[in-house]
Every structure is written in C-alpha cells, then in structure tokens.
Design a protein around this ligand. Sequence first.
Ligand code: FES
Length: 100
Amino acid sequence: NRHEWVAAASLTVGAAAIGYLAYKTLYSKDKGSKLLVNLDIQKDNPKVVHAFDIEDLGDKAVYCRCWRSKRFPMCDGSHTKHNDETGDNVGPLIIKKREA
Ligand code: FES
C-alpha cells in the first residue's frame, strides 16, 4: 500500500544520503579538491625548506608567508596584491630585535 511505499522510499533516500556523506567525508578530501598554497616556487623540490642562523638575521628580517614573493622566502610586499585579488588576509612574519 501507499504507506509502505513511502516508508521504503524514505529509507532508500536516507541510506543514499548517509552513503554520500560517508563517501564525501572519507574519500573526497584526497581527490585534489584542496587548493595549493605554493603555486610556483621550487616546484621540482618535494619540500621547500629554508633555514637561517639567528646570528645572521641582523636587526630585522621579514619572511613571506603568502608564497607569492619574487624574493621568497623574504617578503617583497606581494601579499598586498594577493589579498586584494583573493580576499585573503595574509602577511609576513617579522623577526626583529626589541626596540630599547
Ligand atoms: S610577499 Fe608574501 S608575505 Fe609578503
């Protein structure tokens, strides 16, 4: 009868929804849906790392965190254009001697 049909249809739709959500949670994160942070710096390098000795930093060092600097890993101000174009809000890491 009609009630049984509605119940069966609801069950099917519910099962499909749960299946879809489970699939989405478990699998779709690894399918390239995430956006890249690094667009073109040392792309042949499996992991871009920079290391500096503290003694060599001088009074102030400004490091890029937006990955758009032409002087990476130093900031060249490119974050301003990136923020304007994308609505992002990133800026540099500044390491400096405390002002006396
Ligand atoms: S250019 Fe990347 S943080 Fe300034």
